[in-house]
Design a protein around this ligand. Structure first.
Ligand SMILES: Cc1ncc(COP(=O)(O)O)c(C=O)c1O
Length: 364
């Protein structure tokens, strides 16, 4: 019996052919595939600028860099996220201020964000976690009122919609990751920065490539954060499938929700009426989580925990910024959350196997 993996990688003949063409072309950076990928990503999101970069973390670093953060400036972000949401801040001597989450959506709680705004708040970084969008209207309202920038971390939310608008399009800058587990990937690391702000759009394009406008003319400070042609061609071809994959993910989520609805000890994910979630992972809460995981793993069904240690409790965060205040909702769920396999390429048989093993476990 094969293992049912948490995530399945996608590859087809068209991708293989086009990758080979890039390899044979000898044209590996700053070529036509990057341009085409950026154009189609822009079109897909309905955004003015899309800038391919080498990872989601690189995208965050570059986005924060545009905010002219000064030592002691504060950036409000959730702790229930991947550490890269806030790790670039230390390079600018800026400080993350962690907001708690809404226990239903796992996204940052806007009321808690409001309470944490001070005169030093320069930026808010909402994370559309697991694909579910953050409640952006009240967040943008308070940010505009207080002149605070908003960087949307969309690394887990390719194609997710908030009130019929795609995420990435709602704040000042949006950033995406194409890390191999994401809803669309590039065959390695990759990322994208998007913005409707022309000034950010122009300068970010330059900064990801040594700050240069021509080969040997460097008017701006920059580094090498480029996305190469092999990654770009895969991204461009995967993007074509994304709408269909999102629908498939949503169908699987419905299947899981239906399968679990009679088990009152399991909490299934919420989908707010204003959200069209693209579901990066399917996360439930269950008591005795470790026993549940052990059982499924023994039946060759993989599981994941996103994330077992909240960022505000990470050793490096405590080392740099000292012990952080308690976040009740975040800390409450940490020992209960577990994610089931989710991929548009899961077969009916695999889904039925998961269903029957969960039923077996729950009936024990
Ligand atoms: C919420 C979030 N932010 C940032 C990142 C960083 O992206 P990358 O791994 O492409 O650097 C990830 C993905 O790993 C993520 O899930």
């Amino acid at each position: 019996m094969d293992e049912i993996k948490l995530i399945k990688m996608y590859m087809d003949d068209e991708i293989k052919t086009e990758v080979l063409k890039v390899l044979e072309s000898g044209y590996y950076i700053k070529g036509p595939n990057l341009k085409k990928f950026e154009e189609s990503f822009k079109e897909y999101l309905g955004v003015k600028h899309a800038i391919g970069v080498s990872s989601g973390t690189a995208a965050l670093f570059l986005a924060y860099n545009e905010l002219n953060l000064m030592p002691g400036d504060e950036v409000i972000a959730p702790s229930h996220t991947f550490i890269a949401t806030v790790s670039p801040l230390a390079f600018f001597k800026a400080k993350p201020i962690f907001a708690d989450i809404d226990p239903d959506t796992y996204c940052m709680d806007i009321e808690d964000v409001k309470e944490k705004i001070t005169s030093k708040t320069k930026c808010i970084t909402p994370v559309h976690l697991y694909g579910h969008p953050v409640d952006m209207d009240p967040l943008m309202e308070i940010a505009r009122e207080k002149n605070i920038k908003v960087i949307e971390d969309c690394c887990q939310a390719h194609g997710s919609e908030y009130k019929s608008r795609k995420v990435g399009n709602l704040g000042d800058i949006g950033i995406f990751s194409f890390f191999p587990s994401k809803s669309m990937t590039v065959g390695g690391d990759g990322g994208m920065i998007v913005t409707n702000n022309d000034e950010y759009g122009e300068i970010l394009k330059v900064r990801r490539d040594h700050g240069r406008s021509t080969k040997y003319s460097n008017e701006n400070l920059g580094l090498n954060f480029r996305l190469n042609e092999l990654q770009a061609v895969i991204g461009r071809l995967q993007l074509k499938h994304l709408p269909e994959w999102i629908n498939k993910r949503r169908e699987i989520v419905e299947f899981y929700n239906d399968m679990l609805k009679s088990f009152h000890s399991i909490k299934t994910p919420a989908d707010k009426e204003w959200a069209k979630t693209s579901y990066y992972v399917y996360t439930i809460q269950i008591e005795n989580r470790d026993r549940f995981i052990e059982y499924l793993n023994s039946k060759k069904i993989a599981t994941g925990i996103y994330y077992p240690i909240p960022v505000h409790r990470q050793p490096i965060i405590e080392k740099i910024y000292g012990k952080q205040p308690k976040l009740s909702n975040t800390e409450e769920i940490v020992d209960k959350i577990v994610s089931l396999p989710l991929s548009p390429h899961l077969t009916k048989e695999e889904l039925n196997r998961i269903k029957s093993e969960i039923n077996n476990y729950m009936e024990k």
